[in-house]
Design a protein. Structure first.
Length: 432
């Protein structure tokens, strides 16, 4: 099948800001017949037909639903269903789905596997070893010295990585995993690695398994507080483009990361389609890979998709059909910034239930958009129902203009205990 120009029915799996941004972007396409989302959230429910997620019986119910609705393409947002084999299940049922198969998704669901692949492919990354026993892990940690990094092998909702400033902190993290199974099965092994200094950037790329097409760069802000202080979170904001990602960096990542990665996967007979995300540390010795994600990043996607000029239905279709080589991505030269508004107590113990006010005021503005993450409808109100609550994205002629707009819009929205960073984008200003 080639690009027919036919209108498509698309199902999006997930219910966060990333999925809202995907739905919002799909809705701009004249080729969209209908968009569905499961489980969605209060904001997505205004832009898509939502229904509760039911992943029981190995996705059998979801597959039935997709068949009954005559869905053309399903897009998987989060990592957990990918790690659980949703792509394999849909493919076995002859349904088209955007995302990597379970074997490929191990690049994200096992940090030890990702490291093994990187080493085999010669991809630049931090020096590391994987352990199942405390004693040798401690010995290796001592040989590296502090600071160093301890990572739970499996998925841990963004909480599995400890950047240890002292050996004592590293020891605690090692024991929390290997002795106390802090993240259940995900803690059965730890990857211990050298600390890399530098600035971080995310480079996401679409791939249909034949060609790799990088998206515009972005920079996430993982720490909870301004100036990168406080605990790691899923991401408190992002901007795109990231000026630190020059054309040279982009080229280097393509040649030294993406191409060898896909060569290595091919050697192992592992097919990959969907989005590959390289989390990078830009060190004085060049870009090094911190992690791979097998999906769109969140909040990066909330900053990246508003800059994409292509029709997203075309791109999703091309990835699923293996015709991505026919497409060239174009991006508005403007800048975008996404500021995440989080619930009181995030990330440890987010409090639910606060009423969100002021949303309509931002909806009136065409330079800004509010993507919902942890929101739910309660009577006539929209209330907080998760840790990251909203992502407010603004586009501007340049980064300072986008920053200006985004913070003006953020100021219009309020809920009890709201927390957001006031410095999203500031790091990049010094580079302009
Ligand atoms: P990851 O999930 O592996 O990307 O790790 C989460 C965060 O921990 C990264 O975004 C970095 O801020 C930090 N981190 C991970 N690995 C390293 C490393 N080797 N050196 C310094 N910081 C790291
Ligand atoms: N923003 C980081 C992630 O999506 O994992």
């Amino acid at each position: 099948m080639t690009q027919s120009g036919e209108r498509r029915k698309i199902l999006v799996i997930g219910g966060g800001g990333r999925e809202h941004a995907i739905v919002w972007k799909l809705r701009q396409s004249p080729r969209l017949r209908e968009v569905y989302c499961t489980p969605g959230n209060a904001g997505i429910a205004r832009d898509a037909v939502v229904f509760p997620a039911d992943f029981s019986n190995n996705f059998a119910r979801l597959i039935d639903r997709a068949k009954n609705l005559r869905i053309d393409y399903t897009i998987v947002g989060p990592e957990v269903p990918l790690a659980d084999g949703i792509v394999d299940a849909f493919t076995a049922a002859s349904l088209q789905i955007f995302g990597p198969c379970q074997a490929a998704a191990r690049l994200e669901s096992s940090k030890a596997f990702a490291k093994e692949v990187m080493i085999a492919a010669g991809i630049p990354t931090a020096q590391s070893e994987t352990f199942e026993e405390v004693a040798p892990a401690l010995e290796y940690a001592r040989s590296l010295g502090a600071p160093l990094v301890v990572k739970a092998d499996g998925l841990a909702a963004g909480k599995g990585v400890v950047v240890a400033q002292t050996l004592a902190q590293a020891e605690t993290a090692i024991r929390q995993n290997l002795e106390h199974y802090q993240f259940g099965e995900s803690s059965a092994r730890v990857v211990i690695e050298e600390f890399l200094a530098g600035e971080e950037a995310s480079i996401l790329a679409f791939t249909d398994g034949n060609v790799i097409v990088p998206m515009a760069s972005a920079q996430d802000h993982k720490q909870l507080h301004d100036n990168d202080l406080g605990p790691n979170t899923g991401g408190m904001g992002a901007y795109s483009p990231a000026p630190i990602v020059t054309d040279d960096v982009m080229q280097e990542v393509r040649e030294r990361v993406f191409l060898p990665l896909f060569e290595e996967l091919q050697k192992r007979d592992i097919d990959y389609k969907g989005v590959i995300y390289a989390g990078l540390m830009l060190t004085t010795g060049g870009p090094k890979v911190l992690e791979f994600n097998c999906r769109f990043g969140d909040p990066e996607t909330q900053a990246i998709l508003p800059r994409l000029e292509n029709d997203l239905v075309d791109i999703i279709e091309a990835v699923c059909e293996g015709t991505l080589h026919l497409h060239h991505l174009t991006w508005t030269p403007e800048s975008s910034i996404c500021v995440v508004m989080a619930a009181k107590g995030y990330p440890e113990n987010p409090e639910k239930g606060a009423i969100i006010e002021g949303l309509e005021e931002v909806q009136a503005n065409d330079r800004a958009v509010v993507f919902h993450s942890g929101t739910a409808e309660q009577g006539a109100n929209i209330v907080v129902s998760g840790g990251r609550v909203l992502g407010v994205t603004a586009i501007g002629k340049n980064l300072p203009r986008a920053m200006d707009t985004v913070y003006k819009e953020v100021a219009k929205i309020h809920f009890d205990g709201v927390h957001f960073r006031r410095d999203i984008g500031r790091k990049a200003l010094g580079r302009l």
